[in-house]
Design a protein around this ligand. Structure first.
Ligand SMILES: Cc1cc2nc3c(=O)[nH]c(=O)nc-3n(C[C@H](O)[C@H](O)[C@H](O)COP(=O)(O)OP(=O)(O)OC[C@H]3O[C@@H](n4cnc5c(N)ncnc54)[C@H](O)[C@@H]3O)c2cc1C
Length: 512
């Protein structure tokens, strides 16, 4: 992908001759939308990016700010096996990109377990008696496995024993997905944990790089141990891209919600954007249209409406939502990790981010620490609809319960909600997606879907960006890249990423 694009650009072969006639309207100023606009600018194609947020660009990868404290929605590591993406980040931010060492652990019943797990540390933390119980429970599971395991719980218990399942898999998985592990499908566990069982895990833990070997092993190790991060959080990347776009004569307009997408039956002709401040709407015309909007929302914006079976397929797509309660604590250090997984069943928080450990510039006063307590939820459920005061009080209680601070250490807190953080891969999503995709490709060829929710793909920033780069090249040069293949063609070492995996999961389970 990279060399082909370079060749085209340097030869000027694909540069759009009637670039003005290709004016592209981009819906959403997250990583995908802004990358598309930036790539189009490289080819001389003008763009208008419409973003509904009135203050921030960056989408899920934005950096929110209150009183000089900066919050990252989830903790965004910048790492990619794709050199072109890495080069893009370097080109935009240069020295502002820090290289950070990773430290992340699991907190369970007052103890910190290294994550990725290390045998010696795990054994020390569990203690002799608990280790003996885990081994006995594993032996039992090997002797008397559940035949044809159907659920996540059965599958993991077969491979690790019930005790280890309870400690390292059950609580966190249930917090993230809001579904009992008795209901999650075994397929997901099998796919997620691959062929691993306790014996292999111990062997790997004792010689973690043996499996990878040589240079490849070193590369994997680097990915596991280090990542890049903009000094002022992930949003800095996207704020800078927006600045460059504006300097290049393009429009990036905030507070502009796309409320409808108009078409004549064969092409999209314009979008209607509503201004957040005045409430007024305006018609924005263009030749090409890129959407990074969640597909379920896009489906209801098309005018005239799509056929009912296509809308029904879009309505069937599901999402998991997410909120962070950021607490400013009057302590120099709460814990040294970048983030901690909270497996402890006595609290609802699923993960904690220590923003200062990602970059000291995220915190204006180094005598204080800002911790983001992450709660996984569904839009509209009790957590989502709870008042900010209630959530700050809950987060404070939970920090105290986990022994991380005293109530009087918490100076203040804010809540940041992120709807549709995770597109859910359930049993029906592939079929639904195919229905929508096939319909739009045939009916409206100048409407392009890119990004994470834009394609209902569980993409990190790099994959979201790659779908945008390819689409922009298709528009600018008439190339025929297939952005839907990014996940399979991206030359990713998914094995490597799995070891390094944020266990909130890039993979998403379905019900048994
Ligand atoms: C908890 C969590 C942790 C993550 N960690 C990492 C990580 O470590 N590394 C990494 O690389 N990636 C990570 N990601 C993934 C990353 O956040 C996404 O891949 C990326 O933000 C997707 O970019 P996007 O532009 O496709 O979508 P989004 O970021 O969702 O942006 C879409 C934009 O469209 C706007 N929009 C929506 N509706 C409208 C409308 N009607 N009109 C106008 N604008 C609209 C939104 O406001 C938003 O700005 C993480 C994600 C989550 C949820």
């Amino acid at each position: 992908m990279r060399s082909e694009a370079r060749r085209q650009r340097s030869a000027g072969a694909g540069v759009a001759l009637d670039s003005a006639g290709k004016r592209t309207i981009i819906m959403g100023a997250g990583p995908a939308g802004l990358t598309a606009a930036y790539e189009l600018m490289r080819y001389g194609v003008p763009s208008v990016t419409l973003e509904k947020d009135a203050r921030y660009v960056g989408g899920i990868s934005r950096t929110e700010e209150r009183d000089g404290y900066r919050f990252d929605i989830g903790g965004h590591r910048f790492f990619s096996k794709n050199r072109e993406v890495e080069d893009f980040w370097t080109e935009i931010l240069g020295d502002e990109m820090l290289t950070r060492r990773r430290l992340s652990r699991i907190f369970y019943k007052g103890r910190y377990f290294d994550y990725p797990l290390k045998a010696g540390n795990a054994l020390r933390n569990l203690g002799t008696v608990e280790t003996a119980r885990c081994v006995a429970s594993y032996a039992w599971a090997r002797l008397f496995p559940t035949r044809d395991p159907r659920t996540f719980e059965e599958w993991v218990t077969n491979h690790f024993g019930h005790r280890l399942f309870s400690i390292f898999f059950k609580t966190y998985t249930e917090k993230v997905w809001g579904i009992s592990t008795k209901e999650l499908s075994a397929d997901w566990a099998a796919q997620r944990i691959k062929g691993l069982d306790l014996t292999t895990a111990i062997k790997n833990a004792l010689s973690p790089w043996k499996k990878s070997g040589g240079d490849h092993g070193a590369a994997v190790r680097t990915l596991v141990d280090e990542f890049r991060y903009p000094r002022r959080g992930p949003g800095e990347m996207w704020e800078r891209v927006a600045e460059k776009l504006r300097a290049g004569g393009n429009i990036v307009a905030l507070g502009q919600e796309v409320v409808s997408v108009r078409h004549d039956g064969s092409r999209v002709t314009s979008v209607i954007a509503r201004d957040a401040a005045s409430g007024q709407t305006r018609d924005v015309t263009g030749a090409q249209f890129i959407s990074t909007l969640p597909i379920r929302e896009l489906a209801h914006k098309l005018e005239p409406a799509m056929p009912p079976w296509v809308v029904a397929a879009a309505d069937d797509l599901k999402y998991r939502d997410f909120l962070t309660v950021a607490l400013v604590v009057n302590k120099r250090e709460v814990f040294p990790d970048n983030w901690i997984y909270i497996h402890d069943p006595s609290v609802r928080v699923g993960r904690m981010q220590n923003f200062k450990a990602w970059s000291p510039s995220m915190t204006p006063n180094q005598d204080t620490t800002c911790i983001g307590l992450e709660y996984f939820c569904f839009e509209g459920d009790g957590l989502w609809t709870a008042s900010d005061d209630h959530l700050v009080a809950l987060a404070t209680r939970e920090m105290v319960k986990l022994g991380m601070c005293k109530p009087e250490d918490v100076m203040w807190g804010v809540v940041v909600r992120q709807p549709k953080a995770y597109p859910v891969y359930d049993g029906a999503y592939r079929r639904d997606l195919a229905v929508i995709r096939d319909h739009l490709a045939a009916a409206l060829p100048n409407l392009h879907l890119v990004g994470r929710n834009g394609m209902h793909h569980y993409n990190n920033q790099d994959h979201s960006m790659m779908t945008a780069m390819l689409t922009a090249r298709n528009i600018a040069t008439g190339a025929t890249y297939d952005p839907w293949k990014v996940n399979t063609d991206a030359e990713y070492h998914e094995e490597a990423r799995l070891e390094d995996e944020d266990i909130s999961g890039r993979l998403v389970p379905s019900r048994a």
